[in-house]
Design a binder for this molecule. Structure first.
Ligand code: PLP
Length: 287
């Protein structure tokens, strides 16, 4: 099946999709992105993603390439052309094309790229059974709330995890507290069943899955506490888990060498995972 991409106003075959050599996204990582899950052909929490995109763009003073309605039409069309009913769409907006010079160009038009990919990682047995994470120092810049394409530290973190046979790397700040994973938010469950995750700030990316899950948990009567925690605390917690657009809610059963509880997904995590799966299920298929 041929794949399609959207590049600056055109739908083009994925194999030949190109941006300019002086696109600032390539030269300076001067751009932002969003990854939106597609379930049953629907974009999951699209509005929350558009709101975060707007925050990222305005933090970097990049002009939005288009309004929400046409943006959504492009995202849907790329999903449709790639026959993605279960998977993700990827959107990247760069400041634009201009002769290489660090300061903002005066009149660059933002460039925009959209791709889509099939996949149902949330149902993969390895993720359902729980994963191991490693911990590493957080070496990133101080505006992690901006969903910037400048992901080198995240790439190194994920590679360190992969080399260690782990699923994810939990990054730890100078105070010894977990910030987040390389591409996910980190959570633990206290003895009394309260769920803990780091509060929104410049220190973490406020995950859309995180935001949605907090809402679902509270509606279900589960206490959610937004505070930072240490890897040691999480390893000794009743449960731990992580969240992201691409993997939803994943039990964490080992942190470095420490097995969390009995090494199996816990009841609170299972409940949250079920709540989230029910939330994303296409209308009509909800329990
Ligand atoms: N934290 C980081 C650093 C990420 O890159 C991501 C997702 O890519 C997340 C958290 C989770 O965010 P979301 O739930 O919006 O996918």
């Amino acid at each position: 099946m041929s794949r399609w991409a959207y590049v600056n106003g055109r739908y083009v075959p994925h194999a030949t999709a190109r941006t300019h050599v002086e696109d600032r996204g390539m030269q300076f990582s001067d751009g932002v992105y969003e990854v939106i899950a597609v379930v049953g052909g629907e974009l999951v929490d699209a509005t929350l993603h558009y709101e975060r995109l707007d925050r990222s763009l305005s933090a970097l003073e990049i002009t939005a390439p288009m309004r929400r309605a046409p943006l959504e039409a492009v995202l849907r069309e790329v999903a449709r052309r790639n026959r993605v009913t279960e998977g993700i769409v990827y959107l990247q907006v760069n400041r634009g094309v201009a002769p290489r010079n660090h300061a903002f160009p005066r009149d660059a038009r933002p460039s925009m790229v959209v791709t889509a990919r099939r996949g149902q990682p949330a149902s993969s047995p390895a993720l359902v059974e729980g994963v191991r994470v490693i911990t590493i120092p957080d070496i990133r810049w101080r505006r992690r709330d901006i969903k910037s394409v400048s992901l080198l530290a995240n790439v190194l973190a994920k590679q360190a995890a992969a080399q260690d046979g782990a699923f994810e790397a939990w990054q730890v700040d100078e105070d010894g507290m977990v910030t987040e994973g390389s591409q996910s938010n980190a959570w633990m469950v206290e003895t009394d069943g309260a769920v803990v995750t780091r509060p929104p700030s410049h220190d973490i990316l406020t995950g859309i899955t995180r935001t949605r899950l907090i809402d679902l948990a509270r509606r279900d009567g589960i206490t959610v506490i937004e505070r930072a925690f240490t890897p040691r605390e999480a390893a000794r917690a009743r449960e731990a888990f992580l969240t992201s657009t691409s993997s939803f809610v994943v039990p964490v059963v080992q942190i470095d060498d420490a097995v969390v509880a009995n090494g199996r997904p816990g009841a609170v995590t299972e409940r949250l995972r079920a709540l989230y799966l029910d939330f994303v299920a296409p209308r009509g298929k909800r329990n």
